[in-house]
Design a protein around this ligand. Structure first.
Ligand SMILES: *Cc1c(COP(=O)(O)O)cnc(C)c1O
Length: 424
């Protein structure tokens, strides 16, 4: 039975019966007055796995002990380090290990992928993306158009929410794709919008893009490690993501890319470097480039081992938890619980809190974006002073993400009581 008011004991009971609750202990929480802060910003920077320190220490020790020989003699030889991650990473995004690789950082990777999947020719030169995308993505798309001598005003088509709405309608994306038709080169959308938390219909958008002969790719910064994905089976052409949000791999950590295997040996344009060269002969240092023949051929530089050591720890935690489907089940329950808790706060205070994230499970990940109408920065300051860490955007948008690996039902109930007090 659910109570009408927020109940810590009810939340504790939900935690007690959930087999995944124990994973929380694997993470380090920022402290507030000697207790774990109520941390809901895993959509911005995931928490540190306790094992990260030890994984990093191993690489520091191996570097100390072996120097350059560590490339071959480290416990996890650096020469092949990225291969250590590919299987777990592929499982998280629904790909084959040969289709993913951890490298560089997100915006850099987006540019490198656009080199391959946005080479405008004749009249086929348009890009479709969502309006209000994360700014970095928009800058990347506009600068690619300019780089190719195109017209940013006409070549970038941004799908807007309808007048007075916050969310983008699938039918508007599909009709824009159809309308652009054979002038459309590439569709590049966010999987989940960073601001509204809207999860787009990746399958329908991909099919529509392919229907008109365009490439389709996704920025999965807010989707990878948050919702189950199926990149290979859906035939998506390319994708990229960062690993410091839902993948808990540390600030500025290494990014990841997906390139569908149908493109691995095609003649797409590509910027190349020595780490994409066939590894059997890479160290022969021959003048000609011989491709690895997998997503690894998009690698340019040798791997950032310290970042990857932490990323590896984090990927192993996802695996230990049973993978994305298992985490998603808990995630839906946590986010529904947050939604109900906010509903109870509204009832108790008659504050005007509007959740702009879709309520439908198919259209959201774990994040809820809440507009606190009529409230100002003081609300955020009060929450902060009480140990609640959420993301605040002016005028009054609270973005919060209960993360299934480490947030609890109790976190949510405690947050609800603090919010209620703050509004009263
Ligand atoms: C977080 C985020 C970024 C950040 O890009 P970096 O290159 O990692 O700094 C870019 N795009 C989206 C959609 C994001 O959510």
């Amino acid at each position: 039975m659910q109570s009408h008011t927020i109940s810590i004991s009810e939340a504790k009971a939900l935690d007690a019966e959930d087999p995944l609750s124990g994973f929380r202990k694997k993470f380090i929480f920022p402290q507030h007055n000697g207790k774990d802060a109520l941390y809901f910003t895993g959509n911005s920077l995931g928490l540190q796995p306790k094992a990260a320190k030890y994984a990093l220490q191993i690489e520091l020790d191996d570097w100390g002990e072996h120097g350059v020989e560590g490339h071959f003699r480290a416990r996890n030889p650096w020469m092949h380090y990225h291969e250590l991650l590919s299987k777990n990473l592929a499982d998280i995004v629904g790909a084959k290990p040969s289709e993913v690789v951890a490298m560089n950082a997100l915006t850099v990777n987006l540019h490198l992928l656009l080199v391959s999947f946005y080479s405008p020719k004749d009249s086929r030169k348009k890009i479709i993306c969502e309006a209000n995308a994360f700014p970095s993505d928009r800058y990347a798309l506009l600068s690619q158009i300019e780089f190719h001598g195109g017209n940013p005003e006409t070549d970038l088509i941004e799908i807007e929410p309808r007048e007075g709405e916050n969310l983008i309608l699938l039918e508007d994306v599909l009709s824009a794709i159809e309308e652009a038709g054979d002038e459309l080169k590439t569709v590049m959308m966010g999987g989940i919008n960073y601001y509204t938390g809207q999860l787009h219909n990746i399958e329908a958008i991909t099919n529509a893009a392919h229907e008109v002969g365009a490439f389709c790719g996704f920025d999965l910064a807010h989707a990878a490690g948050n919702v189950p994905l199926n990149l290979h089976d859906l035939g998506i052409d390319f994708a990229c993501w960062c690993t410091y949000k839902y993948m808990n791999s540390g600030p500025g950590s290494v990014g990841g890319i997906f390139i569908h295997e149908k493109h691995h040996n095609s003649r797409l344009p590509r910027l190349e470097g020595w780490w994409g060269h066939d590894k059997e002969t890479r160290f022969k240092m021959t003048p000609d480039y011989i491709s690895m023949g997998t997503a690894e051929s998009w690698q340019m530089s040798n791997a950032p081992i310290f970042n990857m050591a932490i990323h590896n720890v984090s990927l192993n935690i996802f695996k230990e938890a049973g993978g994305m489907e298992v985490l998603r089940e808990r995630s839906l329950r946590l986010t529904d619980y947050l939604e109900q808790t906010i509903g109870k706060v509204v009832e108790a205070t008659s504050a005007n809190l509007e959740i702009i994230t879709p309520c439908n499970h198919d259209n959201r990940g774990c994040q809820l974006s809440v507009v606190a109408h009529g409230q100002g920065r003081e609300l955020f300051d009060t929450l902060s002073a009480n140990g609640v860490i959420v993301d605040w955007r002016d005028p009054a948008v609270i973005r919060m993400a209960p993360v299934p690996l480490y947030n609890s039902f109790e976190d949510i109930a405690r947050f609800g009581l603090i919010l209620q007090d703050a509004l009263n």
